[in-house]
Ligand binder design. Sequence first.
Ligand code: SF4
Length: 291
Amino acid sequence: MKKKYGEKVQRLALNAGFTCPNRENGKPGCFFCDETGSGFTTFAGKSIKEQVQLMKERYRRKGIKKFIAYFQNYTNTYAPLEILEQIYIQALDEDIVQLDIATRPDCINEATLELLKKISVRYGVTISLDVGLQTANYHTLVKINRGHTLADYINAVLMIKRFGFEIVSHVILNLPGDNMLDVIESAKILSALGVDGVKIHSLYVVEGSVFGEMYKKNQIQICSLETYVDRVVRFLEHLSPRITIHRLVADPPSIGTLFGNWGKSKSEIVNMIENKMKTEDTYQGKRARFI
Ligand code: SF4
């Protein structure tokens, strides 16, 4: 961000009140998702303009002057085009340098991308799309009720690339049922497709999710912390060195978490990952075939 914008940039997580095709009409959603739509915005219920202003004030006190408006909760391309345009534009002012839009691969289409292109030109902002893959194991995608397939994800990435937007993908490296082969294949697919960034998550389990109910009944197995750390290191080794790492471990919510990060802090886990890489003298891209 410093290279791109010349200074520190703060991301503002916004809740635009969208829904998700995988949760509406009583659908259970992805099994790890609760009714917040996998987001932690602070000022939900307020208008987008108000949310932006309130958060900017908070960070201005720390000397930050440039911001990214991040539409985080639910599926932020899932509405008629005119509504999308109204909402995105509300977030823009002279301090916003980038719009980050989290969505699902099956909710991207050319009309939405045309709209985003128009906004990026008119307002001079960078557009980045957060598109969840979670895992390249298409059997797991069905088992966790993602509601889209691996092919949907590949199609979405290729379409977004044609429009020239940045793409950040999310992966969860310890989904029940996945193994090291799935982790390595996920790294290879992201690299081959040329995504720009990746957010690596550890699965956490929250109240109100299907996994939450299964966890209470002892019906899901979550791998050990050591296995997670090992998977992150192998993932990084097989990932193109060109891809920016936005995170290495999840950030579970402070309320309603039934299982999160094996009781460790984020920094403890990041240290474990870094120490393992140092001990093994390895690095991102060491085994990457798709650079
Ligand atoms: S796509 Fe996102 S909002 Fe929709 S059910 Fe899955 S995690 Fe929740």
